[in-house]
Design a protein around this ligand. Structure first.
Ligand SMILES: [Zn+2]
Length: 94
């Protein structure tokens, strides 16, 4: 193969219609698997400062009841508060 032939082939390749470019792979990293709407959250209780899990099932349960805010109290404190308010109905829930 002569040098000229090579050059012509190169020119032909450059001038020839370019086939549709392959789809450029996205620059962004592969998307993470779609996260479930609710994921377990670690919450620190405002009363005893212990961490507790607000799990996805509870979040969904609360959300369906219109409660969008995360609970502030761990189950233990919640139960104690409920107990307290049950025993002191006149104090009202705050
Ligand atoms: Zn607590």
């Amino acid at each position: 193969m002569s040098n000229k032939t090579q050059i012509r082939q190169t020119i032909n390749r450059i001038l020839s219609p370019v086939p549709a470019p392959a789809p450029v792979p996205s620059v962004r990293p592969a998307p993470e698997p779609v996260p479930p709407k609710y994921t377990d959250k670690i919450i620190t209780c405002v009363e005893c400062a212990k961490s507790f899990v607000w799990n996805a099932g509870e979040q969904e349960y609360y959300n369906k009841r219109g409660v969008l805010n995360a609970p502030k109290h761990c189950p233990a404190c919640k139960a104690r508060r409920r107990q307290y308010f049950n025993n002191h109905p006149n104090q009202g829930q705050k």
